[in-house]
Design a protein around this ligand. Structure first.
Ligand code: ADP
Ligand code: MG
Length: 338
């Protein structure tokens, strides 16, 4: 076999695997785009674990008629211009890979309209091939419908889990995005039933209530600090509410859900005096960190971040949580009978 250069469809299918592993990756990428578009309300509808259908509707800025085709090109983005912007990211997306990847492995229908334009666009792309591109009346904002994920990569489709499991991954993604965006109303509809609906009123505690219910929302302490390059707002659970795994530890940096050993260690060390070994606390912490002090650009599908001053940050988080926990625990909640 001689050396050949792969054709565009093959290259795109290979590249898509990096970004789109399963239906929940589609949901993550599209909802992040809706957030970046300045939406106040985002509805996510899925059927059969997202394998048959994912529909995302937002009321964001929409895509201009003449830009629709460009949006599906690999490395096409409206969010950064060059590498200097990478360290001052105001958006969740910036690689310009999601739409190109999604359309390479599924059937995509897009309906979008901007505020400035009189008429909207309907665009259909199946496996990288444009099927339709027409003007259409549409409300302001964007709807993406993704059908038949991995219809042209059967091996990848075979590796998907049951629809219930895929749906649970999607719920987890939507819950994280809702926690990190209390000012956006999220609605998740699974097989016709509303699974989650947040108000979008900016109140993180309300979002926690919507996701985790009353027992958690009633048992929280506030945690916060405000430093020159770092700030934190959020809630930590009372020591009585714990889990046997870290799934309850939610924290976000500049609106992104991340995993980081420094933050996890600070949380767990602060809780050590109060909870049993191998138990993990509930947290929902929103960090805002100056782009010069954190690198979120480590890998497209990984959640890692790197800090410029890790041990300083560890100390501040540890202190903040400890004081939330102790201050309240030292005040005896006993009422004395006399
Ligand atoms: P990225 O998010 O990295 O820019 P994507 O492939 O996810 O790349 O999206 C490409 C472009 O399409 C975006 O930069 C944006 O201009 C546009 N776009 C995608 N989704 C939406 C949306 N829901 N509303 C408005 N514009 C969108
Ligand atoms: Mg994107």
């Amino acid at each position: 076999m001689g050396i050949i250069q792969l054709d565009k469809f093959t290259i795109d299918k290979i590249a898509a695997g990096e970004v789109i592993e399963r239906p929940s990756s589609v949901v993550k990428e599209l909802v992040e785009n809706s957030i970046d578009a300045g939406s106040g309300a985002i509805t996510i509808e899925i059927k059969n674990g997202g394998i048959d259908l994912i529909r995302i509707t937002d009321n964001g800025c929409g895509i201009e008629k003449d830009e629709v085709e460009k949006a599906f090109l690999r490395h096409a983005t409206s969010k950064i211009k060059d590498a200097t912007d990478l360290f001052d990211l105001n958006y969740l997306g910036f690689r310009g890979e999601a739409l190109a990847s999604i359309c390479a492995i599924s059937k995509v229908e897009l309906i979008t309209k901007t505020a400035m334009e009189m008429i909207g666009v309907r665009y259909v792309n199946e496996g990288g091939e444009i099927i339709q591109h027409e003007e259409i009346g549409a409300p302001e904002g964007t709807t993406f419908i993704i059908r038949d994920i991995f219809f042209n990569t059967p091996v990848r489709k075979k590796f998907l889990k049951s629809p219930q499991t895929e749906a649970s991954y999607i719920s987890a993604i939507v819950e994280r995005l809702a926690l990190s965006n209390p000012d956006i109303s999220f609605k998740l509809i699974v097989n016709g039933n509303t699974k989650l609906h947040t108000f979008g009123n900016g109140n993180l505690k309300d979002v926690i209530y919507n996701i985790y219910g009353r027992d958690i929302a009633k048992n929280l302490y506030e945690v916060n600090f405000s430093l020159e390059h770092y700030s934190l707002t959020g809630y930590v659970g009372k020591p009585a509410i714990t889990r046997g795994n870290r799934n309850f530890e939610n924290y976000f940096i500049n609106g992104r859900y991340v995993k980081n050993s420094i933050i996890s260690k600070a949380i767990e060390d602060a809780y050590k005096p109060f909870i049993m070994q191998h138990k993990y606390p509930f947290t929902a912490m929103l960090f805002e960190i100056d782009g010069n002090y954190v690198d979120v650009n480590v890998h497209p599908s990984k959640l890692e971040v790197r800090f410029f001053e890790g041990s300083f940050l560890y100390d501040e988080i540890y202190k903040a949580i400890s004081s939330s926990l102790t201050q309240k625990n030292l005040i005896p909640e006993v009422s004395f009978k006399n």
